[in-house]
Design a protein. Structure first.
Length: 549
């Protein structure tokens, strides 16, 4: 723990402080002064020159001291760069002097002072981790572990790094007393209690995001150089490179940063991580990196339409808001496919899942589970779930586990004792009441076998999330976005296309609109490939903007 504390609360040298001083303003602070409070946005970063600042929080209803910052230390955590609402308050315990930096000045300092910047960013990440494991309650979610709506809220909070406390109706005695206190029947759950004590019954994701202070605040009338739709690996890579190269960048995602990769328990074939890296960790690092350079990331914000207007590309959001940009990158990824069984919809989020994260693993601890699929996502899920489930049953339509799965994963899966691979079969029926209790498999020989299982994990491919582009850019027969040479020649005509110009490698049939990652026709469905395409797209955006200028 001492090593974690050293990372979270480092002491700056005189040279470090002098360097940061070039970007901020020195001022006095008085005892009892509130430098920033819970719920504040755009709050400042403070380097303590003399005196002491205490960090407190009130998520449990009473004040709790989190940390103190004496001379030579600094305030802040990841929300300093994300633009989200502050989770804690900073109060002056002992009068003195500080260097004050706004968010823009802090980004500039981090970029121009790489060694100091690295220590600050590592401290921010460590502080958030310590806060989450140190009794911080955050938003409270009350509901049943078998409720699809409750599962959706918990999944959204987990993937968006929103601190929350889960109160289970089935197991937590506190749940009933809290519901009685607010006069809410169990039938009205899931219930979300915000940090300020306000309650929402069965909130939408947008309402929940507001309770958690998650939504981004966009400047009205601003024109962005690049608007990115989708914050998966391709979208995040483009966000990092575009913002770091000075492009005004905004990124939208309907659910959470990371895409499908963000739900992966372990990515073991990504360059530079020989021991592997979880999708969540990769996403957190990439997201902070993008926001460090000034990219705005707005979640949840679903884009429903794209159009041209006065030379700009206009994104229409589900909320009705419109965002103008000079260029757009389509990185909206794919949507999970579902089994053609009517009962599947009855158990979505109540036993049927499309990701195997820590939350789902805890739900099915000690039970039998079924995994359908033979790709790398399925392989990673099998390995991870085998550590929690009593037994993992793998369902293959064919008989070759290695047809779509990487060899290293096949070898690992075949060595796990509590994994059984069922070949040449399919899921025929699901059973249960309010939650999944059994899965019936149908074999090619005509034999049916019913397995008692509390969870069914589906990794059976996905369809492109491109319906919002219909009648706007050319798609292939399966709905993937056509780019470059794959675009039909008749789609490249005046007046939309200048005479003699053809689409760039990742450019769509609409000039200035590019595509990268899983939504692009012909793309390789791998994290590294998506990152590469997202990065490459930024160079094409620069070329397009340069030619226009």
């Amino acid at each position: 723990m001492s090593a974690e504390l050293d990372i979270a609360f480092p002491t700056l040298s005189a040279a470090d402080i002098a360097g940061l001083g070039r970007f901020g303003t020195e001022r006095a602070m008085t005892a009892g002064e509130i430098l920033f409070a819970e719920g504040d946005r755009g709050f400042c970063f403070f380097v303590v020159l003399a005196g002491e600042i205490e960090i407190v929080e009130h998520s449990s209803g009473v004040e709790r001291l989190i940390a103190t910052h004496p001379a030579g230390t600094f305030t802040g955590d990841v929300d300093q760069l994300t633009g989200r609402a502050a989770l804690v308050s900073a109060r002056v315990r002992e009068a003195g002097r500080v260097i004050q930096l706004g968010a823009a000045a802090l980004r500039q300092a981090v970029e121009e002072l790489p060694e100091v910047g690295e220590r600050i960013l590592k401290a921010f990440l460590a502080r958030r981790a310590l806060l989450l494991t140190g009794g911080f309650q955050g938003v409270r979610i009350i509901g049943s572990r078998y409720s699809p709506e409750a599962h959706q809220l918990r999944d959204f909070a987990t993937r968006n790094q929103v601190p929350f406390t889960w109160i289970d109706l089935e197991q937590d005695a506190q749940a009933e007393s809290l519901l009685e206190h607010f006069g809410v029947p169990a039938s009205a759950t899931p219930v979300v209690i915000a940090r300020d004590g306000t309650l929402r019954s069965r909130p939408t994701l947008a309402e929940f995001a507001h309770c958690a202070g998650l939504e981004a605040v966009l400047e009205p009338g601003r024109v962005f150089d690049l608007a990115i739709v989708g914050a998966g690996p391709a979208g995040l890579a483009a966000s990092v490179y575009a913002a770091s190269e000075g492009l005004a960048t905004v990124t939208f995602d309907a659910t959470a940063a990371g895409g499908q990769a963000g739900t992966s328990s372990r990515i073991e074939n990504y360059l530079g991580f020989p021991a592997g890296i979880s999708g969540g960790e990769l996403t957190r690092n990439a997201l902070l990196q993008a926001q460090k350079f000034g990219a705005q990331v707005s979640v949840p914000d679903r884009v429903v339409r794209l159009r041209l207007e006065n030379g700009y590309r206009v994104l229409v959001l589900e909320s009705g808001a419109e965002v103008h940009a000079r260029c757009v990158l389509v990185a909206s990824g794919v949507e999970y496919r579902r089994l053609p069984i009517p009962s599947v919809a009855d158990f979505e989020g109540a036993g049927v899942y499309h990701a195997a994260t820590e939350m789902e693993a805890r739900i099915c601890r000690g039970d039998d589970v079924v995994v359908v699929g033979a790709g790398n996502s399925a392989g990673q899920a099998i390995v991870y779930l085998s550590q929690f489930a009593r037994h993992v049953h793998v369902v293959l339509r064919g008989d070759d586990l290695g047809k779509s799965m990487s060899r290293y994963l096949v070898d690992r899966v075949e060595r796990i004792e509590n994994v059984t691979v069922h070949r040449a079969c399919s899921v025929a029926e699901l059973g249960g009441d309010t939650r999944l209790r059994s899965v019936t498999l149908h074999y090619g020989t005509g034999r049916d076998v019913t397995i008692d299982a509390s969870a069914l994990f589906l990794f059976i491919g996905a369809a492109p999330h491109t319906s919002w582009l219909t009648n706007c850019v050319r798609l292939d027969a399966k709905g993937f976005v056509l780019t470059g040479d794959a675009i039909p020649r008749e789609a490249i005509a005046e007046p939309v296309w200048p005479a003699g110009r053809v689409p760039a490698l990742l450019e769509t049939s609409l000039p200035g609109v590019f595509a990268a990652g899983d939504a692009r026709s012909g793309s390789m469905k791998r994290v590294s490939a998506a990152v590469g395409e997202g990065s490459m797209a930024v160079s094409l955006v620069h070329a397009y903007l340069g030619a226009r200028a």
